[in-house]
Design a protein around this ligand. Structure first.
Ligand code: CU
Length: 504
């Protein structure tokens, strides 16, 4: 009898302890007022590492590299061939190669038209574009144009694999405004490995607005592509995806920017534009400047924001882009300011020359209007509700894993819909999932019932979902076909955290 009472008491205490810890964990995770302050930049609570698993799983910490500083590699601007009908043609070849990333052995890598990463494809709004895609690797791949509004047969999702030795010609007309997009493989189950080993490139769309806005636009002079990735190098300098693999996202301890470790750029003491892409498999970044000075975000995923947003911190989840302006006019020759991810340098900006231009006052020297994007309508009920859940191999959307034969959602072409995307917290607290939707740029209507932060009030194709978040977006599909929506932690995507919407 006494033994039974003791057992019952023990059971009750364990249950109580479980309930208390669950409530505590939930409070930490869903203290959303702290996670998304109404100020411009969004950042998690001070001291909270966005890469730390809520369930306490260990993720790889970034370390400051001891490699010699190197000038930032600049991807070449891809030359196209103009046809008399005004269309422009490009060739993109996915290939294997080796790249001198560190001192010692070169690293075996993948690249587009080269051994690592890819060129910048610069196209204009309204232009007809042909892209010849070729796979010269010995594995299957696909060519996905992240953020581009194209028909689904051009989109390059898992329905459009290109086998070794094969090629495909894609044709589309650029149907969106100036923006920084990117391309990467999206073949079923292998996106994570192929991006990790080097496949990613940039697409710049330019238009009359970007031509005329008084912003830095000299490529490699005051306008820089900045593709940020983390990698883990084995002792022989190789990348070993299988060894580095984590089902909740493969991380590295070394930052690689445009394929350069410990990189710097030489600039004048003037405004510098950085086009940031989080091209990492899973890592979230909290960017700041080394002296914590203010910078300005001018563009989000799908193009210019309505106005420059002053900020001291910027978070980017995998797949997200942001264009920022760093004003160096108050610095002088010889000074160095660094873009930092918490306490690890990402990119050093070294001032080597005084500008000949007259210094101007901030912020009047940046245009006050960059774009005109109307607010979405947040009054109706959502047309669709999507729920992200789980971790590791248990990830799911609406309780299901990806099945290419199953249509999950249906939408009408040209019709505007409201989608609510929920990230269900679980007993372990859950984790951040970046939500990405193909073939569109959408507007964020609300985050947990509140207006989105200022830097999310422009066109988006990828957004962070914190545990417990409920985000509403307004979306219109411009093209028919089948489009993916998924978590942009590439290992979650590969594990089936993906669904498909049929647009008719
Ligand atoms: Cu995820």
């Amino acid at each position: 009898m006494r033994k039974q009472t003791a057992v019952t008491l023990l059971a009750i205490s364990i249950l109580l302890l479980a309930v208390v810890s669950f409530v505590l964990v939930r409070q930490i995770d869903t203290g959303t007022s702290g996670l998304f302050p109404s100020q411009s930049g969004r950042m998690p609570e001070m001291g909270m590492n966005p890469n730390m698993g809520m369930g306490g799983e260990v993720t790889t910490e970034l370390v400051t590299s001891t490699e010699k500083e190197k000038e930032l590699a600049l991807p070449p601007l891809l030359e196209g061939t103009l046809s008399p009908d005004g269309s422009i043609s490009y060739t993109i070849v996915a290939q294997e190669g080796s790249t001198q990333l560190k001192e010692g052995n070169p690293t075996q890598t993948y690249g587009y038209n080269g051994s690592l990463l890819g060129p910048v494809i610069r196209i204009r709004s309204g232009q007809k574009v042909n892209i010849q895609t070729e796979n010269s690797m010995d594995v299957s791949t696909s060519f996905h144009w992240h953020g581009l509004k194209v028909p689904s047969n051009v989109d390059g999702g898992p329905h459009n694999p290109i086998e070794p030795g094969e090629a495909a010609n894609l044709q589309f007309t650029v149907n969106q405004g100036a923006s920084t997009l990117w391309f990467h493989p999206h073949a079923e189950g292998i996106a994570g490995e192929q991006v990790y080993e080097g496949l990613a490139g940039l697409i710049y769309i330019e238009d009359e607005n970007s031509d005329t806005l008084p912003l830095p636009k000299e490529y490699g002079i005051n306008d820089f592509p900045v593709v940020i990735q983390d990698r883990f190098f084995e002792r022989d300098n190789q990348l070993d995806y299988a060894r580095a693999y984590n089902p909740d996202g493969t991380y590295g301890d070394t930052l690689v920017v445009n394929g350069t470790i410990n990189s710097y750029i030489e600039v004048k003491n003037e405004k510098v534009r950085l086009r940031l892409l989080n091209g990492s498999n899973a890592r979230n970044y909290q960017f700041r400047l080394s002296d914590n000075s203010t910078f300005y975000q001018i563009a989000s995923d799908g193009g210019f924001l309505n106005e420059p947003i002053p900020m001291e911190n910027l978070q980017l989840v995998p797949g997200e882009r942001a264009e920022i302006i760093v004003d160096l006019s108050s610095y002088s020759t010889g000074e160095k300011i660094k873009l930092m991810e918490e306490n690890v340098p990402v990119l050093a900006l070294t001032i080597t020359e005084e500008t000949t231009e007259e210094p101007t006052e901030e912020p009047s020297s940046l245009p006050t209007t960059l774009n005109i994007i109307s607010k979405g309508d947040d009054t109706g009920n959502p047309d669709k509700v999507i729920t992200f859940s789980g971790m590791g191999h248990m990830v799911a959307i609406d309780g299901k894993r990806f099945d290419m034969e199953r249509v999950d959602l249906r939408a009408k072409v040209g019709t505007t819909e409201v989608w609510e995307i929920d990230n269900a917290p679980d007993m372990m607290g859950g984790m951040i999932h970046p939500f990405h939707l193909h073939g569109v740029q959408f507007k964020v209507l609300s985050r947990n019932g509140n207006p989105p932060p200022a830097n999310e009030q422009g066109w988006k194709d990828t957004i962070a979902l914190y545990p417990g978040d409920s985000v509403r977006i307004e979306v219109t599909f411009p093209e028919k076909g089948i489009f993916m929506y998924h978590c942009h932690i590439l290992e979650h995507e590969d594990n089936g955290m993906m669904g498909q919407v049929l647009v008719e």
